[in-house]
Ligand binder design. Structure first.
Ligand SMILES: *[C@@H]1O[C@H](CO)[C@@H](O)[C@H](O)[C@H]1NC(C)=O
Length: 512
């Protein structure tokens, strides 16, 4: 997630933030069922699935009254003379998900509306986390697994980002590690990501009040002297024009409070503990400009199923992460990710691997901070330890989302600069919020499970039938995890030794 730090736009009339628990509004998490799948056993619904709003968006007030602890851009100096006193004086309250924040659930579908006008003013954007109980985030361990969801991006224009990603947060939001945090996961505390965001009001159970500077462009945002860092796996950052998936490793394990240069400051972007750029696969940027967008191969005018596979070196959870693959399903078609079409890079690449990342950084002349922070193996530690699923909608005060959907740097014609067809003059939050307040994203049908267990040619709707193993045919051999069969497929049907061709559905067989 490129410059996420300063951009969780929160334009919310008289809002404040805190770490005790307030009682003016009962906290009721909207239920969002999801599914766990195995190749042998089909899919089981986790009916206790629910989402919780991040604490940064919540009203926080002195614990014994209605007085705000933070208003506009400023902390209340009486309630919050310092980090610890503030934490003991201030309470974070429950959320009215739909009326205040535009967050609604229908069945297994979650919709996040961009701008919601409410009695306090207006709310811009939101970020929620998936839980399977009232007090704990669901922890996803994705090695040798795949993660699948449906998404509708048709109502996400240029400059917006509907993001679905994993961060290595603590399951209880840090409540047991930091005694001053009384709110925990139930109130959406404990956020971290690879940008080491400093706009987070509460970190490690304390207010981020020290050195707090108001944002120059966001009337309700600011940043303190601490940031909160952790491994981040961006499954999906997208609007109707462009999409990217991007691992961002860190040299720290779990959530870590940074200060100074550790936080990837603007002047020392690559000196922090995390990789701010990541190794991104954006089909447009990788040279296939006809793959994703309105009316394109993956048609963003319609709902689609997005599959992301975390392939391990030995096909078990004991191995190391070696590849992150993307598959789409739309209108009954299983579509493999686009191939790379960039001078200096192999046209066989269609997924994220250590080699892909190295060659991409070289071809684009980008700093290889991905490798410097541990590369694929660095990401693997988060994938193995367990990560929290975040779902959000946001606009970008820092770089206007041009890094996702336009040309960035804006005047560059160098390889890698073109990322989508949006105008370089667009994406200013002021314009996007004024012109597209009703934009929204809908995520649905979330599934996690064994490779090949979460989708079929009908999308992720059914559990899919258990795969069957076929005998390898003679001839050229497909690499392990490559495609080896399926309707409309004409490549090699034999697999390299050590793997066999497994029929996942009518449209796709894979060497496993
Ligand atoms: C700051 O908090 C104190 C009580 O802690 C309150 O009396 C005062 O009105 C607050 N100021 C603002 C600007 O909200």
């Amino acid at each position: 997630m490129f410059p996420k730090s300063a951009l969780l736009a929160l334009a919310f009339g008289a809002t404040a933030y805190g770490q005790l628990v307030g009682t003016y509004q009962t906290e009721t998490h909207p239920r969002l069922p999801f599914q766990r799948c195995t190749t042998g056993g089909g899919c089981t619904t986790v009916s206790q699935g629910q989402v919780v709003l991040d604490s940064n968006w919540r009203w926080t007030h002195v614990s014994n009254g209605y007085t705000n602890c933070y208003t506009g851009n400023a902390w209340n100096a009486t309630a919050c003379p310092n980090a610890r006193t503030c934490a003991s004086n201030c309470a974070v309250d429950g959320a009215d998900y739909s009326a205040t924040y535009g967050i609604t659930v229908s069945g297994n579908a979650l919709t996040l509306k961009f701008v919601t006008t409410n009695t306090n003013g207006k709310n811009v954007g939101s970020r929620v986390y998936l839980m399977s109980s009232d007090t704990q985030y669901e922890m996803f361990k994705l090695l040798n697994q795949e993660f699948t969801f449906d998404v509708d991006v048709s109502n996400l224009p240029c400059g917006l980002n509907g993001a679905l990603y994993f961060s290595e947060m603590e399951a209880d939001g840090g409540m047991s590690r930091f005694s001053s945090n009384r709110a925990g996961a139930k109130y959406g505390t404990g956020y971290c990501d690879s940008q080491c965001p400093k706009d987070i009001k509460w970190i490690n159970g304390e207010a981020n009040v020290e050195g707090w500077q108001p944002s120059e462009t966001d009337p309700n945002g600011g940043s303190g002297s601490f940031g909160t860092c952790c491994n981040e796996m961006d499954i999906w950052e997208a609007n109707s024009i462009s999409t990217a998936y991007t691992p961002h490793p860190c040299t720290v394990t779990g959530q870590y409070r940074c200060s100074g240069a550790e936080c990837n400051t603007p002047t020392e972007r690559y000196n922090g503990v995390c990789d701010p750029d990541g190794c991104d696969f954006n089909s447009y940027r990788m040279g296939n400009t006809e793959f994703y967008g309105p009316g394109k191969v993956i048609d963003t005018a319609k709902k689609m199923t997005v599959v992301t596979q975390f392939i391990s070196t030995d096909g078990t959870t004991n191995g190391q992460l070696k590849e992150i693959r993307r598959i789409y399903v739309q209108d009954g078609r299983v579509v493999q990710n686009s191939k790379v079409n960039i001078p200096g890079m192999s046209s066989d690449y269609d997924s994220i691997t250590e080699d892909f990342c190295r060659d991409q950084k070289t071809a684009f002349g980008d700093t290889n901070s991905f490798a410097a922070k541990g590369g694929i193996n660095g990401m693997a530690s988060g994938i193995k330890n367990g990560m929290v699923l975040a779902l959000s909608i946001w606009d970008d005060h820092h770089a206007h989302m041009l890094w996702l959907d336009s040309t960035y740097p804006v005047d560059s014609t160098a390889p890698g600069a073109a990322r989508g067809t949006c105008p370089t003059t667009g994406g200013d939050p002021e314009d996007v919020e004024a012109n597209h307040p009703d934009a929204s994203v809908t995520y649905s049908n979330i599934k996690v499970g064994d490779i090949g267990s979460t989708f079929s040619s009908t999308g992720s709707g059914g559990g899919g039938s258990p795969p069957t193993t076929t005998t390898s045919a003679p001839g050229a051999a497909q690499t392990k995890w490559g495609q080896c069969g399926g309707q409309g497929y004409s490549g090699p049907t034999a697999c390299v030794s050590g793997s066999t061709c497994v029929v996942l559905n009518d449209w796709y067989s894979q060497c496993q």
